[in-house]
Design a binder for this molecule. Structure first.
Ligand SMILES: [Zn+2]
Ligand SMILES: [Zn+2]
Length: 248
């Protein structure tokens, strides 16, 4: 008890010293961190990440106009009614905006890997309903050359914190041009057939799995992953991402 209390006091004192000496900025809002020992993002930024406002589309997780959930028992957005997707259900912590967008960027491009723990915990919490009954989490892989360049795969880092076993079921067999700035149709063409099952992936036939990635933009990458998994006999493929671009 005393140990805990004195450790707490020590951390507070350390925070006070570090915040003055280092003046480390929050990785999301750039304000000086009051508690640098608690990670590179301030509490205000974490608190500002709101969940997507329900009702949500049962399948893709996009917010729906309120009236739809009253009139339709299984609420599905117009796009999901038009096209049957291979991803059965998708959820995210929130919209790819504000602090969440900045935090994902810091994780991915500034190598702030410690952020994956809190992001992963938020994914676990806000994606709880789609984690029920899945056999494992499958991180969206990077091509080996991109993986080498970055030094880590942010999706694999996130997957470790969502609370289900992680299986590296997929390999990126084709290096693809960056998706940034491409329109949806081109994104789908760009990543089609970019993924193949690994040996571990071939053992997942008949199971339900959840794909993990940092951002879902048009869903093209997740769809391409789902195609490979379902081609190998996986029954159900769900997706859980840190952020989701809403209203494409
Ligand atoms: Zn901040
Ligand atoms: Zn939908």
């Amino acid at each position: 008890m005393d140990v805990v209390r004195s450790t707490g006091r020590l951390t507070t004192a350390l925070d006070a010293v570090l915040s003055v000496v280092l003046a480390s900025p929050c990785a999301a809002c750039s304000e000086v961190l009051d508690h640098p020992t608690q990670g590179p993002v301030c509490a205000r930024c974490w608190r500002s990440i709101l969940p997507l406002t329900p009702p949500l589309c049962e399948r893709c997780g996009d917010p729906l106009p309120t009236w739809r959930s009253i009139s339709v028992p299984l609420a599905v957005c117009p796009r999901c009614r038009r096209t049957r997707r291979l991803i059965d259900r998708a959820r995210a912590i929130g919209a790819h905006d504000g602090a969440l967008r900045a935090i994902v960027h810091a994780l991915k491009y500034e190598g702030r890997r410690s952020l994956a723990r809190t992001l992963g915990a938020l994914m676990r919490q806000r994606g709880a309903e789609i984690l029920v009954g899945v056999a494992c989490a499958v991180p969206v892989p990077l091509h080996p050359s991109r993986r080498r360049e970055r030094g880590f795969n942010q999706a694999a880092d996130l997957a470790r914190h969502v609370g289900v076993p992680v299986v590296s079921a997929l390999a990126r067999v084709r290096a693809t041009a960056t998706q940034t700035g491409l329109p949806a149709a081109q994104r789908h063409r760009n990543v089609r057939d970019a993924f193949a099952l690994t040996r571990a992936g071939r053992a997942l036939a008949g199971q339900s799995v959840v794909l993990i990635d940092d951002v879902s933009t048009t869903g093209a990458t997740l769809e391409a992953c789902a195609r490979a998994l379902k081609g190998g006999g996986v029954t159900e493929v769900r997706a859980l991402t840190a952020a989701r671009v809403v209203g494409r």
